[in-house]
Design a protein around this ligand. Structure first.
Ligand SMILES: *Cc1c(COP(=O)(O)O)cnc(C)c1O
Length: 405
């Protein structure tokens, strides 16, 4: 057997972080951020900032309102709740993985009366069950229905239009609130057409930015709910952020100057491609990944968490291998191929040996055919190196999806 020195290390060159956020930041975004500090009181930055909300709303497919926060995804969660949730309000939390639980925990910590409807770790939201629960709430105690569009832990994709239809069929007035942090600019999302009242997202996934910006989109009905609240903590209040009289009110203080340069570049890239193009690219790349994973799975070791393609996200794919092989594979790819895969999340507790049986491929944002094919070929090399049984022909199947019509 040859040692690593004889074989030569193969992890040099540009590394690839294929985890489900933070995602790959395009050079164009990084270069845009590499600038001297701008004047925040007058001039180009202020004119540019006025272009951001309209282009964010275009990406969310909404004609209504948007607010930007200096925050991560958890901040986006809290910003959404802070504007519509009063202590004691009923919240129906629709949970399809770890992130749904985290959001429900936050609602409870903010004083809501939370009912959890947990669909498990490998299934989407079942709108029929939601309708039943809403029909049973004849006193309209539930003020908010919160749904995770893509739960990044399970990679489950849920049908938000179906959840809206359930609210309407039950004649229930609750607001529909969606966590689109993983799905935004990856999986199709149509806020207005789907009847979503509040959508939250963050910069470091499909928006191809470093972490640090959070976004909340809200309907007129949600804006009215905000007005009915007795008080909203001033930093999280979306009112002036969405319609400022003065520049500093967008951010309630100093603007996140360099992040705004990056965001402008990212939105330029997204709208040059077009939302339909962005979604179609993610769809084709995801189908290539699923094709490869489906064939590897024939070897009996690897499995995709979401069995039904209709319920799989195009931003992230959750997978398993008999423990500890998933960790072995991740470690091999990082050390030998320069590819970092995502850890499993929410499938087992860290410390439990079973934790080493899960991993995820992030394929959100700035990804293209050669990046995805490179990750897949690297995984195949890892399966070979580690002697993990797998079906043969996976890379050809992925290539056929990329190269097919
Ligand atoms: C990433 C993510 C979050 C949390 O975002 P942070 O920036 O880590 O706070 C919440 N929900 C979903 C679906 C996510 O993918």
């Amino acid at each position: 057997m040859s040692g690593p020195d004889e074989r030569g290390a193969l992890a040099g060159g540009r590394s690839y972080l294929a985890i489900p956020g933070p995602s790959v930041v395009p050079d164009r975004v990084l270069n845009a951020m590499h600038a001297a500090s701008p004047n925040i009181y007058a001039g180009a930055l202020i004119d540019m900032a006025d272009t951001l909300l309209p282009d964010l709303k275009r990406a969310a497919r909404t004609a209504h309102h948007a607010a930007i926060y200096i925050a991560n995804g958890h901040g986006a969660w809290e910003a959404g709740f802070a504007n519509v949730l009063a202590a004691g309000d009923g919240v129906l939390a629709l949970i399809t993985g770890r992130f749904g639980h985290g959001w429900a925990d936050m609602a409870a910590q903010m004083g809501a009366d939370v009912t959890r409807m947990d669909f498990g770790r490998a299934a989407p939201i079942d709108a029929a069950q939601v309708e039943e629960a809403l029909r049973a709430d004849t006193a309209h105690r539930i003020k908010l229905v919160v749904a995770t569009h893509v739960d990044t832990s399970s990679s489950a994709l849920s049908d938000l239009a179906a959840v809206r239809a359930a609210l309407d069929a039950a004649g229930h007035p609750a607001l529909l609130m969606a966590d689109c942090i993983a799905s935004f600019a990856c999986d199709r999302f149509e806020m207005d057409a789907w009847g979503v009242d509040i959508a939250v997202t963050a910069s470091q996934k499909g928006l191809m930015m470093p972490p640090g910006l959070a976004f909340v989109f809200f309907s007129d009905k949600a804006a009215e709910a905000r007005q009915r609240l007795e008080r909203v903590s001033p930093y999280w209040d979306w009112t002036l952020r969405a319609a400022p009289d003065q520049f500093y009110q967008y951010f309630f203080g100093t603007a996140p100057t360099h992040h705004l340069y990056g965001l402008r570049a990212a939105l330029d890239m997204i709208h040059a491609e077009g939302m339909e193009g962005v979604w179609a690219r993610h769809d084709r790349l995801a189908r290539a990944i699923w094709a490869a994973c489906g064939i590897w799975a024939e070897g009996g070791a690897l499995a995709m968490n979401m069995a039904d393609p209709a319920h799989r996200s195009r931003a992230v794919t959750a997978l398993s291998l008999p423990a500890p092989r998933a960790s072995d594979l991740r470690n091999w790819l990082e050390a030998e191929a320069g590819v970092t895969l995502g850890i499993g999340l929410g499938m087992a507790e860290p410390g439990d040996p079973a934790w080493h049986g899960f991993f995820r491929i992030g394929h959100m944002g700035h990804v293209n055919a050669h990046m995805v094919l490179g990750v897949l070929a690297s995984i195949e090399a890892g399966l070979v190196a580690l002697d993990i049984p797998h079906g043969s022909g996976a890379l050809g199947a992925a290539a056929a999806v990329i190269g097919g019509s």
